[in-house]
Design a binder for this molecule. Structure first.
Ligand code: MBD
Ligand code: FE
Length: 284
């Protein structure tokens, strides 16, 4: 445990980094939402809010609390966190409802493109005494028809044993526990890392204030984030969790699916745990 790192991690710092990361991504994204669509979506969203105000007789005092909270979410840079925790899971559900291959789930606010490339069998960038149980995560990338996929890439990023992400918490090496693993001719990969800890949403920012005001908890279960791709196939963004882990059944971000739960076994004659998980990609 590195206590100083925990003390220095603030909602505003991780929020600012997540906001900047999203702005970078958005510059390269193209959005073409036509007038009719904006009219429909925003009108229905507002109508839902009007209905809630009427049904619950929302007061001016409550309206002002909402207003100041919304202003503060922006000031804290917590819009990426708020949206990815409470809305993204439904966007993902709709986006991938017709996929036949492996299940995806939300990306969350802490993906950074361009993590260092590693060979097929690799240890993720980590500190000399990185905490956490060693984990060997291996598998194969195949097409829906069973064909092994040459040219597959497995991007992986996850929190450390303190639940902190590099580039979003201070004091961590830039690419700590992030990598782009290049599969072999058969789409195989073998990734040596450590098991992440559960992730707690920052309690000192606006999302934390909402959580305590509503009497909720602030936790996501321990998870690996992945983006898996191969030529001629749809990229899949997903996460994997650990059987029996804390908050696997009550993820604040509602992003756990039964197909995404790993059950690593102790490494025979070695240290740590290992697990095999294959990815099946839809044809593009
Ligand atoms: C995370 O690590 C995460 O994966 C999501 C979805 C939201 C907040 C933090
Ligand atoms: Fe995460």
């Amino acid at each position: 445990m590195t206590d100083t790192t925990i003390e220095q991690a603030t909602a505003a710092a991780s929020g600012a980094a997540a906001t900047e990361q999203f702005r970078t991504k958005q510059r390269t994204a193209t959005a073409d939402v036509d007038t009719k669509r904006v009219d429909t979506l925003v009108s229905e969203l507002l109508a839902a809010a009007h209905d809630i105000i009427r049904r619950h007789k929302v007061t001016y005092a409550e309206y002002d609390v909402l207003k100041s909270w919304l202003i503060q979410v922006g000031a804290d840079g917590e819009w990426p966190l708020f949206l990815d925790v409470w809305l993204e899971h439904v966007v993902e559900e709709v986006a991938n409802e017709n996929r036949e291959g492996s299940k995806g789930t939300i990306e969350g606010p802490y993906y950074v493109p361009g993590a260092p490339r590693t060979p097929t069998e690799a240890t993720l960038p980590m500190r000399e005494n990185e905490g956490g149980i060693p984990l060997l995560f291996q598998g194969q990338v195949r097409s829906v028809d069973g064909t092994p996929l040459a040219g597959a890439m497995v991007e992986i990023w996850h929190a450390d044993d303190d639940g902190l992400y590099s580039q979003f918490a201070p004091g961590l090496p830039e690419w700590n526990l992030r990598g782009t693993v290049v599969g072999d001719e058969q789409g195989n990969f073998r990734i040596h890392t450590v098991q992440p800890a559960p992730y707690q949403i920052p309690t000192d920012g606006s999302c934390g204030r909402l959580i305590s005001a509503a009497g909720w908890h602030a936790w996501r279960p321990a998870h690996l984030h992945l983006k898996v791709s191969a030529p001629g196939h749809h990229l899949i963004t997903t996460q994997l969790y650990f059987k029996g882990g804390e908050h696997v059944t009550d993820d604040i971000a509602s992003a756990v699916k039964p197909e995404l739960i790993l059950d690593p076994a102790p490494v025979a004659g070695g240290s740590g745990r290992e697990v095999t998980y294959d990815f099946v990609l839809d044809k593009a």
